[in-house]
Design a binder for this molecule. Structure first.
Ligand SMILES: [Zn+2]
Length: 393
């Protein structure tokens, strides 16, 4: 009897102080007792993480000799160089937040820090929420670091997970428990990473060294960490061409009138246009209508042959009707963008900033126009515009 009581109180005690070593969850509601002991159900999608067993770090090959050597395609601007140097210095002893406005060339800001880590035979991870960006970035990094093994790890690319520089989706970080000496979390504010406690926990436990958060739109959590001195904040608010961010024009009217305004706006310009809409059904409805008047393409998460559609769209001064799936990671020369019903809840401050940030990214076309059409006031719209104005000061 005494023994049973003892066991019971021991397990209550354990439950109270348990923490999942993989996702850092400590909410006891998520701990289940299986045949082999307690495990965490919060991160169960990544396999069973036993609470009382130590997670073993996988063993990876040593970092290749000379992997730190790199060559950039374009030299850094003086603004970029300043941030790049400061980051490489700060990351030695701190976690760093780089707040770099859209189109300012943020990826290049961490190359020096990566190189210095590799030189010291340290393992580097670069994690991004979206799969396509992993593949694009891996190609880009292979071009920069020609002596390093740069490995993309994401859905469809998981047979090789060992490399000097590992570029992966945030979903794949669970494979790297306590592996990274330097981890770069790119766009931590983007879906599905944003507000996902499990993915954030897994990112933290994959890193035994320091983290660089890289974003154009830091969320409240990151700002709080800066204020608590947990992060060193570096800000880059100049695009390489030196022109300011394009501040969107805001128009508020009932929806029917917005539609006429949109048609007139499209008619007025002879250049590529992106029209962002909140839902897939609205994309098809608007596409159906606009196709009568203009050369239109539609791209949503349901679109099967996305790459071909984008390729077709880029062939002329066409219109792309799309959802937030296109808000990041794409640079289109000379594009103007419109957000139709920008007050819809799907558009948060970060996504509106990203969408407006599609305009004026390219050296030859640093200007352009962004239009937000609303059928009622929106706090997210106001916040994103204020932030862009602030960045331009
Ligand atoms: Zn867990």
């Amino acid at each position: 009897m005494f023994f049973l009581d003892y066991k019971l109180s021991l397990s209550i005690y354990l439950l109270k102080y348990m923490e999942c070593k993989r996702c850092l969850n400590n909410d006891k509601e998520y701990f289940y007792l299986g045949s082999k002991g307690y495990y965490c159900r919060k991160c169960i999608a990544f396999g069973r993480a036993m609470i009382e067993e130590d997670n073993e770090a996988i063993s990876l090959n040593d970092i290749n000799e000379g992997s730190e050597e790199y060559e950039l395609l374009y030299p850094l601007t003086s603004y970029q160089k300043e941030i790049s140097d400061k980051c490489a210095e700060a990351i030695k002893n701190n976690n760093v937040l780089i707040h770099a406005i859209t189109g300012s060339g943020k990826t290049e800001l961490v190359i020096k820090s990566i190189s210095e880590a590799l030189k010291n035979k340290k393992r580097v991870g670069f994690a991004i929420p979206r799969r396509q960006v992993v593949l694009d970035l891996a190609k880009r990094f292979k071009g920069y670091f020609i002596n390093a093994s740069v490995i993309p790890v994401c859905e469809g690319y998981t047979s090789i997970i060992d490399g000097d520089l590992i570029i992966c989706t945030t979903h794949q970080l669970y494979r790297y428990y306590q592996i990274f000496d330097l981890l770069i979390l790119d766009e931590p504010d983007a879906y599905p990473f944003n507000n996902n406690e499990v993915l954030h926990g897994i990112a933290r436990t994959s890193c035994k060294g320091h983290i660089i958060y890289l974003t154009a739109t830091p969320n409240e959590e990151l700002i709080r960490k800066v204020n608590n001195h947990e992060l060193v904040k570096l800000t880059l608010n100049r695009r390489p061409h030196g022109y300011p961010l394009i501040i969107p024009k805001v128009i508020i009217f009932p929806r029917v009138i917005l539609l006429f305004i949109l048609i007139k706006w499209i008619k007025e310009r002879d250049k590529p246009i992106m029209v962002f809409v909140p839902t897939i059904s609205m994309a098809s409805q608007l596409g159906y209508l606009l196709k009568i008047l203009f050369p239109c393409f539609i791209c949503t998460s349901k679109t099967k042959n996305k790459d071909e559609i984008i390729e077709e769209y880029l062939r002329g001064n066409n219109i792309l009707i799309c959802t937030t799936i296109m808000e990041r990671g794409i640079t289109i020369k000379n594009v103007d963008v419109c957000v139709f019903i920008a007050n819809h809840e799907i558009f948060d401050e970060a996504s509106l900033t990203q969408i407006a940030g599609r305009v004026g990214r390219v050296m030859e076309y640093p200007k352009g126009e962004a239009l937000f059409l609303l059928n009622k006031q929106s706090e997210a719209v106001n916040k994103s515009i204020n932030n862009m104005k602030e960045a331009n000061l």
